[in-house]
Structure formats: C-alpha cells, structure tokens
Design a protein around this ligand. Structure first.
Ligand SMILES: NC(=O)c1ccc[n+]([C@@H]2O[C@H](COP(=O)([O-])OP(=O)(O)OC[C@H]3O[C@@H](n4cnc5c(N)ncnc54)[C@H](OP(=O)(O)O)[C@@H]3O)[C@@H](O)[C@H]2O)c1
Length: 345
C-alpha cells in the first residue's frame, strides 16, 4: 500500500496550472503547490453536517479510499471525532502525520485578534494535532457568541477588523501552530486588502463554486494572485439545501446532478454526474472537498483523476453558469447578517 504522495509517471499532466499527479492507495490524486512552500491535495473530504458514529465510519472509509485532505471547522462540531480517527490511524502506523493535510477554520464568533490563539489551540486540542496544515478565517463577519450555541441567537460584532485578525493569523504560522493560512467567504475586495497589507499572503480562498455559480472573476483573481481556490458545495448540497429551505435565486435551474448537459457528458465518459462536476472544477485548477457519508459515494467522488474533459465538454459546462443567481449560501441563519459592514455578498 503506497501512502506517500509522489509523482506518478504513467499519468499525463492533466490540467491547467500548478498541478502534479500523485498516487495514493493505487488511486491517482493531484495536488497544488502553495505559495508558502507545501502542497495541498486537489481533493479533500468535506465534513459539514457529518458527526458522531456516522462520521467516524465514513472518515475511516475516506482514509481507506485515499483521501488525505480533511476539511473541517470548529463550527461543524466534529473536530473531536476527526481527532480520534486521525489519532487511531497515526498510532496504528497506517498513515504518518506529514501524509495528512488537515484544514480547519477560525469561527466567526472568534473574529477578533485577541480570540485567534484561543480558537486555534482548541482545534489543535480537539484534532489531537501539534500543527494544522491550513487555517482559514471562516467568514469575513464577526459575531459575539454570548454563551449561545445557535447562530440565530448570536449578536453581530460590527467592529470586525480584517487586518488585525490577519496579523494574528500570521503569528500562528510563525509560532508553528499552522503551516499555512487562508480565507473563506471573502470577496475579491476583502481578499485584495489582505494581500495589500500582509506579510504572509493567503494561500487559499474557500468559497462556494459550482456548475451554477462559477464566479470566473474569482477564479481569475485567485490564479493571478497565486491563491488556490477551494470550491465548496461543488455538488449542489442537495439534501441540506432542501432541509434548510435554501435555493439558488433562479428557481428555473434544474437539480444540479440532473442537468441534461452534465448527464450527457457523464454518459459519454462512463462517469457519474457527480464525478464530472468535480472533475470540471478540478480542471480549472480549483480544489474540491465533496462531503458524503455514503461509502459508495465517498469512493465515487475520489475517482476523478482517471479521465479528462475536453474543450468542448468544458465549454458546455461553463455555459451552465447562472452567475449570482446560482449562489446558494448566504449565511442567513445569522440574524441581520446583511447589516454587517463586512457582509461579503
Ligand atoms: N467554508 C464554508 O463556509 C463552507 C460552506 C459549506 C461547505 N463547506 C465545506 O465544503 C464541503 C462540501 O460542501 P457541502 O457539504 O455543502 O456540499 P456538497 O459536497 O456539494 O454536497 C453534499 C451532498 O451531496 C451528497 N453527495 C455526495 N456525493 C454524492 C454523489 N457522488 N452523488 C450524489 N450525491 C452526493 C451528499 O449526500 P451523502 O452524504 O448522503 O452522500 C450531501 O447531501 C462541506 O462538507 C464543508 O467541509 C465549507
């Protein structure tokens, strides 16, 4: 069993920039070079809404499948489970720490410079790690938690100061708690302001990005600035969208995984629509972090590096973009979020 990320000669360079193929457990995986020096796998395992025994089982399956990049956040309330599983794998010698790439995030109720140390230490403790591979500011807006657990009950902290928070994020790299730092849900203007005033540039930006919300301007901005874009909700988060009553603004859009153009391309390549959605995003140099707790889908989502979409496929999929009307996530569970001066959308 080969657990080392190493270049795989038999695979031709698959996509656009900064990409190298890797082999893990006989599966092929690509990775992206980070400005800070390391590499980030091009596919990670998303863990939003995955907790308890279900997560414990599915994370084991994900690691068996070959996923080495795990995406979590304090806000997902699952870091202790992830820590338990990682510790078991490392203790059993099934994986070494440096083969893993663990990403977690500063919660928006910690968006104050004096809170950053406390929350990264909490994540390190819960994940049972000495360092994190990538630490992100989860949202550009700040909240006061005031002892509440529901976002809808927390109060806006309108004094959020990105530059002061970023300085504390940089300190986390200097003191060895994280190897790299980045942003999530920041818009171009907010990200540019960090770039213009930082000592350590953001290595990544984790934003909503999928077939119906492709934000080519953000893709181009990231590419221009050497930032790796990480797409979330790449598969359209169907179950959560329906449960939470969320939708893209254009109600005419077909369910993403049933989109005719997508289904036709999937059939042509003998792949599933989900695999084509992920490959489409990856071929643009964007990292993906699909979430699944279903063993078959966990494996399916990882098998995306053994085929290539041609220019015609890519153009047809690009044409499905619905711009701002395709956005799903607006964080409206946070009361009056649009009133925050740093609301990004
Ligand atoms: N930074 C942020 O603010 C932010 C926001 C949202 C998400 N994220 C991160 O991004 C990750 C992914 O986004 P997401 O969880 O919103 O949505 P997603 O990965 O687009 O979709 C997940 C949904 O798709 C289903 N699914 C997974 N694989 C499938 C397949 N092959 N075929 C059909 N259905 C499939 C899953 O159900 P099953 O589990 O039943 O398979 C689940 O309901 C999250 O888990 C989280 O780590 C970050």
């Amino acid at each position: 069993m080969n657990l080392i990320w190493k270049p795989c000669e038999e695979v031709t360079q698959p996509s656009t920039y900064n990409v190298e193929p890797f082999t893990i457990n006989k599966n092929i995986m690509e990775s992206y070079k980070l400005q800070s020096g390391g590499r980030m796998p091009a596919i990670g395992y998303g863990t939003f809404l995955a907790t308890g025994l279900e997560l414990e089982k599915s994370l084991n399956i994900a690691l068996e499948t070959g996923y080495r990049f795990i995406d979590t956040a304090i806000g997902y309330n699952n870091e202790p489970i992830i820590g338990k599983v990682l510790n078991e794998w490392i203790s059993a010698g099934k994986v070494t720490r440096n083969e893993l790439f663990i990403l977690t995030k500063l919660p928006c109720y910690g968006n104050r410079p004096e809170d950053v140390d406390k929350f990264i230490k909490q994540s390190l403790h819960d994940l049972q790690l000495d360092y994190i591979d990538m630490y992100l500011v989860h949202l550009p807006i700040g909240l006061f938690k005031n002892g509440k657990s529901e976002y809808s009950e927390m109060e806006l902290d309108k004094s959020t100061d990105h530059l002061k928070i970023w300085k504390k994020m940089e300190e986390q790299v200097h003191n060895g708690r994280t190897k790299s730092i980045g942003l999530s849900n920041f818009n171009i203007k907010q990200t540019q302001r960090i770039i213009d005033n930082c000592k350590i540039r953001p290595d990544s930006l984790q934003n909503e990005n999928h077939l119906y919300f492709q934000s080519p301007e953000v893709v181009e901005f990231c590419k221009h600035n050497g930032i790796i874009l990480i797409s979330y909700s790449s598969l359209g988060m169907k179950a959560f969208r329906e449960a939470a009553g969320l939708s893209w603004n254009n109600k005419q859009l077909p369910e993403m995984l049933e989109n005719d153009v997508l289904v036709k391309i999937a059939k042509k390549h003998s792949k599933t629509p989900a695999q084509v959605l992920l490959r489409f995003i990856n071929q643009k140099g964007i990292s993906v972090i699909p979430k699944s707790t279903c063993p078959r889908r966990i494996m399916e989502n990882f098998q995306i590096f053994d085929f290539k979409l041609n220019t015609e496929d890519m153009d047809a999929l690009r044409n499905q973009d619905d711009g701002e009307a395709g956005r799903i996530v607006r964080f409206q569970m946070i009361k009056n979020i649009e009133d925050h001066p740093e609301y990004p959308f």
